[in-house]
Design a protein. Structure first.
Lengths: 150, 150, 150, 150, 150, 150, 150, 150
């Protein structure tokens, strides 16, 4: 079964990580989870991207704040779709992270969601996996229906 | 075979539309193409989203400027992954469109790419399709390799 | 008598909803009140707009945060004047919602008030209704006079 | 018949003025037209607002750039609905005018449209007038229908 | 002796008003003090500007938040130098008030100080008065000297 | 007679310098004129500020772009009122210069005018000089009157 | 041995000062420490820069908020590398200080680090000193290694 | 002799590259020059950083636009000082690149210069090299002197 790799740039972002994991579990999606800074552990982080496909992952979610390079660095090392979550830091209201995640150059896209949008990153991953997994698709449709009734 | 639906919010965005189509063709991906404003043609636009899955589409790309609601409106009507392209308008340097596309509420993500990033929207669509299409995956890996040599 | 339809995008915006209702009541204006997300309940939300005129409403007030599409989506489905209230969210100081509400394309205006400006949305609705309701006009003039004395 | 008063802050904004007038004429709405800076001609400008109602006007459109005080100043002198058009100047991409027009204090709303959105200001005025003018309402519905077919 | 007129746009800005008064008193400058909104009390506010010179005032300090029109409105009614203090409101970090105060059109300047910079508004007023008042000039030089030693 | 010292940060700002000079001459105000960067010629620039008062100047106008330190540096070396003109550079739409000029710390105000607002800097200087010069005051009142008739 | 001069613009920034000192001590780098505002104590501050080289300093770190001129003023008086730390103030989320520190004109660079990035300023200073000090280089490599393991 | 490695993220930035090279040559500093995108050629780019020290380089200059990750990625792979030049792209006035370059996390600083500030990057590199090269220091002092006379 397709899996999602979740990577946070810093231990301090753990709350966002929990919201990502909660939603992946809600849809019964397998995942692994790492804290690995693009700047402090560049080689280990690159390996997480390079090995993802061969280890059976289909989508990577990367969340980081400030000059949030993590999603872009991951995207540079894989052809899997990479979902980026810009995080609000101590200054600039999260605009710095948003710019750093979304403004990727031609050839290396990052699928960016809202600032602090961990849940939506998980849902976007589920939407991608649902394209080739009927069970997940059904859960997704049920979720969509509940949203509209909520 | 999986297909991509491409929707522009306005005729004036046709140049971005061409760059999206060019890249989809480069990867041999089938697509259809519409100009349909979320604000001027809300019902027709909603139908493009609602019918996409049953018409055999797997991914939708939506590009719009200013208060760019098109990608979010499309996403509200489907569980398919929706890729949003914020376009630079006459004022505010494209920041208005970026905010309108990326800051979606929990439950309805839009996979946002860079301002005017039509080509990356196409590549992200290709990355998603490649998860279940070996031929596209090979083309994508070749493209990635060429990028690194270019 | 002319009525105002008030729609919030989310339960979490209830405080702004209260301030809108308080001011409409102060001027003796009839209204109904809904919480209906443009993204989570697109069809139900569209109906609130489509049916507004035939149900006797003259003005619609819509308040939402982040990529605040609600006012624009409402405006796409009616020729009634739509008043939009951008709400301050968790990040970007409300600038995202402001851009998403005000930067509407030609043909589909939203009458935008200040960030978190629920009271002013109500007053603007009252100003519009006062054009054809002498009683409301008198109350409005009294309010204006009190403002200048306050 | 209800009329619209159109006021520009400066001769240099004449192009926006033309687009406002063009749309008002398109809907057969009577209007008068002034160039009157809130800062250079404060008393004359105040009179345009104070006298508007007694002279038979129902809506005022005011367009200005930079620290665009004109719409707010007009709104301070009347209980008629005032529509503000922030104009893009030489610097700051129009964000200065947007902030100056939309961020009005409680009690004195300005119905703000997009930066350089003269046409939408006219349409919003038409939407307000249509509430009590069946002929204009029919033209508006025809316009809305054509939009969706365009 | 030359005097300073201090005007706040709202009772809620009283703390800034206190800091302005404290510094004027520190330099022995006479002043009067008003709370008078440009939007809620336009005529009374205009009179404060129009009568200032004949009432013996030399400088006017005006402080306001959001779409802070007060300083510009005051400046439109007098040839006295007007010092504007943009105030930080609930959203947009004070950038809305800064834009509304400083971006005045040619012919009607406002001498703008920092966001929430009430003390500096007072000092700037003192610097202007010191040009023709030897006693104030000596106090100012003493203050400057203490600053550099502090 | 009181004089104005005009300082530009760079030769490339000469056009703004001309507009300042033109308005000072229009009001018959004496001035001298310097191009002296705060960063490239710090000591010479400091002397222009330190000596201004003893050389008979009453007001200093300083114009600069980017990290526009010139007005603040001038203000640190004198108790004369300093008027700052932030200039629009190649990037950031002039917001960088605006922030650098206006956000001065307590004790050292700069009287900031609009981005590229050279003419208003001159008028503000004239307003200050007019407080103790009847001839200039009369010219200023005539100018104000013409503005309102223009 | 090469030394670092650390200068804060204000006593209120003392916490950032402590983080700078802590990291310099961690690497065994000698430093001295000053609180000296560019605006309130311009001459004393200029001397700190002018004398730094002859007093045996190799790098200067300067931290300031708002219109943060301190790093640029220091850089104008020395050819030593100057590291600037923009500090988040009460408004504008630190963007004002960032613009004021980084946007220096050609000829006078400031090596700018993140908003409130005192620790990184210290590390950058250490990186520069390590170029000619083997002991510091070894500590730096150990630190880099620990980062990647942390 | 110490050398500078210059890396551009894209061929389209060649003009900035030329200005960097021109200034390094002016000071007689040896350098090599590469165009190597952090996103398109991540491994080759990482090697440029990893090998820099052993190949005799002392400082690295990296220039990139949009989500400008290049300087941060380089900094993650070396303990040499890295100078980052944010470049103005097609949208957002260069603010995206500025945020992406300067807002680095603790432990991995990038010495950021102004948007499009290639020349200042070169001068900063020269300032660092001058700390241990008397000949370069003399040229730098001569340059500083000429600046003040220019």
């Amino acid at each position: 079964m397709a899996k999602v790799r979740v990577i946070l740039g810093s231990k301090s972002d753990i709350k966002i990580g929990e919201s990502i994991k909660e939603f992946l579990e809600k849809f019964g999606v397998d995942y692994d989870f790492h804290i690995s800074s693009a700047h402090r552990r560049p080689d280990a982080t690159a390996l997480l991207a390079k090995n993802a496909e061969s280890e059976g992952f289909s989508v990577i979610i990367a969340a980081a704040g400030m000059a949030a390079h993590l999603p872009g660095v991951i995207a540079s090392h894989t052809t899997l779709p990479v979902i980026g979550v810009p995080l609000k830091g101590n200054s600039l209201s999260g605009e710095d992270a948003l710019h750093s995640v979304v403004q990727m150059p031609t050839g290396v896209p990052v699928a960016t969601v809202a600032i602090d949008g961990g849940k939506n990153a998980a849902i976007l991953a589920v939407q991608i996996l649902a394209l080739s997994d009927e069970k997940i698709k059904q859960r997704l449709k049920k979720f969509k229906k509940e949203l509209s009734e909520g």
